[in-house]
Design a protein around this ligand. Structure first.
Ligand code: NAD
Ligand code: ZN
Length: 356
């Protein structure tokens, strides 16, 4: 049995033990109504199993939203707030968010704002939401094209992580989530990175330990800097360019869009190249990162015009957050630095390195 993890003011429980903890919590707390927020997929694939683990006799109210990032917005929140009101929710109600990062981000935000805040519990069902979104207290929704523009920091009462849910997760979603695990290894833990070099580990029994370690790493980083004033920025490794690449492919009708993890993997290769130029990151390790990422994700084609457009998008994105373009770079595997400036010329060289 994997040890529960202490986050600032809540616990993350794992496997079967997590349902014991949940059942105990529901029994001990006199919730007036318990809502379960799902999307169409987690309604089908995750809710039946979740229900089978509940021992008490409760009248759960199920609220379903459409699946997908395009529904992570205020309109959907409005629908959920209304449903809560109509179904008689009050300050002593609980929301259980059963789903991927869209459900836990949106459900956490809805719960944090409904009647100035009611309790919520997260049950992440994608690899990404288990290893990344389960820790750190960020809740929120998108505003048009601007990701996570509206939200609050607020913690769930508890988080339950059960890898059983991954059985029905589409394979490419599993791969996409693994990019954040690779990131945790590169920025914080070389030994962990070494364990992830072969993508085949995702489909072995080791997955539970690997998820647990990723959550421990993210939690250690967040505890040192909860509101991202400094150190927490390292979890953005690969995301500065990766996010611009993701948006570029999403907006460009001629190109097949990339999953978040695929784009971040490219961002991590580019950032590793920049690290060799600026932080003396060892060349040999750069090649190791590139070949590992390419064993997880297919290579993506870039044309020369794409580079400039992606760099522009990255700058536009940062303008909206009043920030400079700062990179997280590696000094070594498992050792990262943040707030590093990089020239456009060097970014283009990084793309050339990726391409060749
Ligand atoms: P998602 O919630 O959209 O899930 C991906 C897809 O998988 C959806 O279609 C969903 O319906 C389906 N699905 C979920 N669980 C399933 C299961 N067990 N079996 C079958 N299908 C299943 O996306 P995601 O990748 O989990 O999360 C992405 C979101 O997470 C983004 O909005 C991102 O901003 C957010 N995020 C938040 C944090 C944070 O700290 N709060 C961190 C990282 C990412
Ligand atoms: Zn990410």
């Amino acid at each position: 049995q994997l040890q529960s993890i202490h986050c600032s003011d809540y616990l993350i429980h794992f496997g079967n033990e997590s349902y014991n903890q949940l059942n105990k919590h529901l029994k001990d707390t006199n919730y007036s109504t318990i809502f379960i927020l799902v999307d169409e997929n987690t309604h089908n694939y995750c809710l039946p199993y979740f229900m089978s683990q509940i021992t008490g006799d409760y009248n759960f109210e199920i609220i379903e939203i459409d699946a997908g990032e395009e529904f992570k917005n205020l309109e959907t929140c409005s629908g959920v707030w209304s449903a809560l009101s109509e179904l008689g929710a009050d300050r002593k109600s609980l929301i259980i968010n059963l789903g991927g990062g869209v459900i836990t981000d949106l459900g956490g935000f809805v719960a944090s704002t409904f009647m100035r805040g009611i309790n919520f519990i997260n049950v992440p069902t994608t690899l990404l939401s288990m290893v990344d979104a389960s820790v750190g207290g960020k809740t929120g929704v998108d505003l048009g094209l601007l990701k996570n523009q509206v939200g609050v920091f607020n913690n769930p009462v508890m988080v339950l992580i059960d890898s059983f849910y991954l059985k029905t997760l589409p394979h490419e979603q599993l791969r996409s989530g693994s990019a954040e695990m690779l990131k945790h290894g590169l920025i914080y833990d070389e030994e962990y990175w070494n364990k992830l070099k072969d993508p085949a580990v995702l489909n072995t029994k080791l997955i539970d330990d690997l998820i647990h370690r990723s959550v421990v790493i993210k939690n250690e980083i967040v505890l040192q800097d909860p509101h991202e004033g400094g150190l927490r920025k390292i979890v953005n490794f690969g995301h500065t360019l990766g996010h611009a690449i993701e948006t570029y492919f999403l907006k460009n009708d001629d190109k097949k869009s990339l999953l978040h993890g695929e784009a971040i993997a490219i961002g991590m290769i580019l950032a590793a190249y920049l690290s060799t130029q600026i932080e003396n990151f060892p060349e040999k390790k750069l090649h190791e990162i590139k070949s590992t990422m390419l064993s997880y994700f297919n290579k993506v084609d870039f044309g020369k015009d794409d580079y400039a457009a992606i760099i522009d998008l990255m700058k536009f994105d940062k303008k909206n957050s009043h920030g400079n373009i700062n990179f997280v770079l590696l000094k070594n595997t498992g050792q990262s630095v943040f707030d590093k400036k990089v020239s456009n010329e060097l970014i283009i060289k990084a793309f050339e390195f990726y391409k060749n």
